[in-house]
Design a binder for this molecule. Structure first.
Ligand code: PLP
Length: 449
């Protein structure tokens, strides 16, 4: 009806229509409240009631690198939609913005990753990477190489392929058989020494990888996938020697490495690509989110020349395609977004934001309720513990309660993943806003005990 389409409905009406009709990703009936966001500027967003809040999450989902309400991106989208909203990139067709963006990404990417396949999301990107890795081996005559190694607490998406390699068991329950030939390894999580049976974490994890390869057979494994820094797992950086040593083992056995940089790329941790500084040297990098700062859905899978040469540059079909691959309006937004990141020096600013958080959260790090504060550029995880001595994790409900209080009493938007409170603000957040967020968090966690 007209009433439903009008924007003149009250905030209460919108919330009620939401409850009735909108299925939310990762929805649970435990939450009856709705937080309907209607406007944003810089690092501030407004809800349907007109109340302003500081967005310390990057639009709730690790995006919004350049901040909300950027005219430049609205213009880039409008201009492109007027000129050519969409034309397919299937077969020999193309469009100028997809070409320009692919070339730009090849310039920014680590050496050797010069080929780009566009998707609409991170999940599609990881599916693409998994297929490309398997196809690479298949076409090289190693048809048995089908297994993919993932990790516990790795988050790679919600489609069948990306969801299967995702290391959260809840996602796999009740939906029937998963993608076959997936094995999950232990996470690199130095704070939780108990994962490693008293050994050095990297020694343990390298040995576990070697044993897994031995058990499955190197000739049966296509690739390993991992986030350089666990995001949804709780912002967890591995020990410095972890990726270089894992990389060495994989290379020795002809196993490809896929870096899932859906969160970390485009400045989130203070670099264009985080994997470059961690010794990952991946064959494929999967990106999305920050590529457009969330102004349009878009992902980009960067493939090495070696892999693209086998999966795409042959007389055989690369029978893999998404209607919106290389969507010109999304690509135009991405091109402008990357220019803003560069012109406004936001990659370096991300590291500066990390320093502000580190200083602002120094007191919080000492609280009994806090196990560890982890800062990786403009990405922060605060792991809550029930017991600092044993490092026993706090119930996720404590993190829920903390985030609710921050939202309701401090007008701060934060999220939690399990018992870890995470922050990933726009890279335009100011020093004062970081201090406000850090002070709010400290105050709320103080009262947790
Ligand atoms: N990979 C990582 C590391 C992510 O954090 C996410 C989403 O949060 C994904 C993949 C999935 O991306 P999307 O939700 O765009 O499908």
């Amino acid at each position: 009806s007209a009433v439903r389409e009008t924007t003149a409905t009250t905030a209460g009406d919108i919330e009620e229509l939401d409850r009735r009709h909108l299925i939310h990703p990762h929805q649970t009936r435990m939450r009856a409240d709705r937080r309907v966001i209607v406007r944003g500027k810089g690092s501030t967003v407004w809800d349907a009631h007109g109340r302003a809040r500081l967005d310390v999450t990057g639009a709730g989902n690790w995006v919004a690198q350049v901040g909300h309400g950027r005219e430049e991106l609205a213009e880039a989208a409008a201009e492109q939609i007027r000129e050519l909203a969409y034309f397919t990139c299937f077969y020999e067709f193309s469009n100028d913005k997809a070409v320009q963006l692919a070339a730009r990404l090849a310039d920014l990417a680590p050496a050797g990753l010069n080929r780009v396949y566009f998707t609409g999301s991170g999940s599609e990107g990881n599916d693409t990477a998994i297929k490309a890795a398997r196809l690479f081996h298949h076409r090289n005559g190693e048809t048995g190489r089908t297994w993919i190694l993932g990790r516990q607490f790795g988050y790679h998406g919600a489609s069948y392929g990306s969801g299967t390699v995702t290391g959260f068991d809840l996602m796999h329950q009740g939906v029937g058989p998963n993608l076959p030939h997936v094995e999950r390894l232990s996470p690199a999580w130095p704070y939780h020494q108990e994962f490693y049976q008293g050994q050095d974490p990297t020694d343990f994890l390298v040995a576990e990888l070697e044993q897994t390869i031995e058990r499955i057979g190197a000739g049966n494994i296509a690739a390993m996938i991992g986030e350089p820094v666990l995001g949804g797992g709780g912002v967890v950086a591995p020990p410095e020697d972890y990726w270089p040593r894992i990389r060495q083992v994989l290379r020795a056995h002809g196993i490809l490495l896929i870096a899932d940089e859906v969160i970390t790329a485009y400045g989130r941790t203070g670099a264009w690509f985080d994997s470059a500084g961690r010794g990952m040297d991946p064959d494929i990098i999967v990106t999305a989110k920050g590529l457009t700062s969330g102004y349009a859905p878009l992902g980009a899978v960067l493939l090495s020349d070696r892999i693209a040469g086998v999966v795409a540059d042959t007389d055989d079909f690369f029978f893999h395609g998404h209607t919106y691959s290389g969507h010109p309006s999304s690509c135009a937004v991405a091109l402008r977004n990357l220019r803003l990141l560069e012109d406004e020096n936001l990659i370096a600013r991300s590291r500066q934001i990390g320093e502000w958080f580190r200083a602002g959260l120094a007191k919080a790090a000492e609280l009994p309720a806090v196990g560890e504060v982890r800062v990786e550029g403009a990405m922060v995880g605060i792991e809550l513990v029930a017991d600092r001595a044993t490092r026993q994790p706090q119930s996720p409900m404590a993190a829920v309660a903390a985030c609710d209080e921050l939202y309701d009493r401090h007008d701060l938007i934060l999220r939690h993943y399990g018992p870890t409170i995470v922050m990933a603000p726009p890279l335009v957040i100011t020093e004062e806003e970081v201090a406000r967020a850090a002070d709010g968090v400290t105050e709320v966690l103080q009262r947790l005990g």
